[in-house]
Design a binder for this molecule. Structure first.
Ligand code: SAH
Length: 345
C-alpha cells in the first residue's frame, strides 16, 4: 500500500522531496495544501503538473466523504457522519461555545473497551484511525461549516490510548505552525483509564488537558460499568493520575456520567473526594445519554452529588447537554447508519 501523505510530518516530507530532487520549500507548499484540506493532488495549483503526477503515483491522499450531516435546531451543534476510503464510518461533532468552536473527533472505528453505557463499543473495534483521518475530521468540519475550529476534544468514537502512536502524530500535525496551529492548551484527550498510556503521556509533558472517564470511584461499580477496570484498578488509576499531575502540573478533568442507582450515592461522592486528596481535580458530571440498548438510566441526584463534592472542596460542574435533538451522543449516528446497511462493523 502506498504511504499516506497527510499523515507525514513536514520533516518527513522534506526528506522525501529531497529524494525526488526537489527543493525544501516544495515540502512546505505540499504540507500547506494538505493542511488546508486539499482532497487531491490536482488541486495543488502552485506545483507543476509533472510533479503532481509523481506525487500521486508515490503517495495516497485520502479524504473523508460526508455521508450525513445533522444540525441541531436548538443550539447549532452539528454532527457529521464520514465515510472513510475503505467504506467504514466515523462521527465528528461540532459544538458552538462562547469560548470558541469545539470539534469532538473519533480516534478509532468502533472501540474494544466495552463500557456498559456507551454506544460506540457495541460492535467492538474495527480498526485504528490514521493520523490523517483524525486531521481530516477537523479540516473537513471547518470546511463544511465555514467556522474556524479553536478547540479539539478526543472524545468521539474510540479509545485514544489504544491508538496512541497515531494520536500523538495527529497532535503534532494539528499543532504545527504551518498547519492548523491549534495550541495544545486547546486540546483535550479523554481515556477510559488505560494506565500505560497515561504514564507515557505524562513523560511527554504536553500542555493538553487529560480527561479521565471515572464513572465510579469504587472497584465493584467501576468494573461492572467499565471492563478496563479489571485490568487497571481504581487504586492504580488514581496513582497514575497523581503521578501525572506531579509530572506535568496539569489539572486532570474527571468525567462522570450520572447513572440512576449505580454511581450516584453520597458515599461515592465522598470516595471521590478522598481519592482526589492532594491533587486539584475537576469533576465533570454528565447527564447519562440514554442508549436504547442499555438498561442504565439517567440519575436524578446530579445536583445533590455536585453539591456534596463542592461542599467538600472538589470542583464539580454539570455538563450542559448539546444537540439533544440530533443523536449527538457518542456512536449513535454510526449505529443508525450501520443498521441501514453501511459498513462499520
Ligand atoms: N474512550 C475515551 C473517549 C471516548 S468517550 C474515554 O472513555 O474517555 C467520551 C466520553 O463519553 C467518556 O467519558 C465516556 O465515558 C462518555 N460516554 C460514553 N457513553 C456515554 C453515555 N451514554 N452517556 C454519557 N456519557 C457517555
Amino acid at each position: 500500500m502506498r504511504e499516506d501523505i497527510r499523515s507525514m510530518t513536514l520533516e518527513e516530507l522534506a526528506a522525501a522531496m529531497g529524494e525526488l530532487g526537489e527543493p525544501a520549500f516544495r515540502a512546505k507548499q505540499v504540507f500547506a495544501w494538505l493542511h488546508r484540506g486539499a482532497g487531491s493532488f490536482a488541486e495543488m495549483s502552485d506545483i507543476s503538473k509533472p510533479l503532481r503526477q509523481q506525487l500521486a503515483q508515490r503517495w495516497e491522499l485520502s479524504a473523508l466523504r460526508e455521508a450525513r450531516k445533522q444540525v441541531s435546531q436548538v443550539d447549532g451543534t452539528t454532527k457529521y457522519l464520514w465515510e472513510l476510503s475503505d467504506g467504514n464510518c466515523i462521527e465528528t461533532v461540532l459544538m458552538r461555545y462562547r469560548h470558541g468552536n469545539t470539534v469532538c473527533i473519533s480516534s478509532q472505528v468502533g472501540c474494544r473497551m466495552g463500557c456498559a453505557f456507551c454506544a460506540s463499543t457495541l460492535g467492538g473495534k474495527v480498526r485504528d484511525l490514521r493520523p490523517s483521518e483524525m486531521l481530516e475530521q477537523v479540516l473537513f468540519t471547518q470546511a463544511g461549516s465555514g467556522l474556524e475550529v479553536s478547540n479539539i476534544v478526543l472524545m468521539g468514537i474510540g479509545e485514544p490510548m489504544d491508538n496512541l502512536d497515531n494520536v500523538l502524530r495527529f497532535l503534532e500535525l494539528v499543532n504545527h505552525p504551518q498547519g492548523l496551529n491549534i495550541g495544545m492548551r486547546h486540546i483535550s484527550l479523554s481515556t477510559c483509564g488505560v494506565i500505560p498510556g497515561i504514564r507515557r503521556l505524562a513523560e511527554l509533558e504536553l500542555q493538553l488537558t487529560l480527561s479521565v472517564s471515572l464513572h465510579a470511584p469504587d472497584n465493584e461499580t467501576r468494573s461492572r460499568l467499565m471492563p478496563v477496570n479489571k485490568a487497571y484498578s481504581v487504586e492504580e488509576l488514581f496513582a497514575a493520575c497523581h503521578d501525572y499531575f506531579r509530572k506535568t502540573g496539569r489539572r486532570i478533568s474527571f468525567e462522570y456520567a450520572m447513572i440512576d442507582g449505580v454511581n450516584d450515592a453520597d458515599w461515592q461522592a465522598d470516595l471521590i473526594v478522598e481519592k482526589l486528596r492532594g491533587m486539584p481535580g475537576h469533576v465533570n458530571l454528565i447527564p447519562l445519554n440514554d442508549v436504547a440498548e442499555s438498561p442504565l438510566k439517567p440519575s436524578r441526584r446530579t445536583r445533590r452529588f455536585q453539591q456534596r463534592l463542592e461542599g467538600r472542596g472538589v470542583t464539580a460542574t454539570v455538563r450542559r447537554s448539546l444537540g439533544g435533538d440530533i443523536d449527538a451522543s457518542c456512536g449513535q449516528l454510526r449505529r443508525k447508519a450501520m443498521e441501514t446497511g453501511r459498513k462499520g462493523l
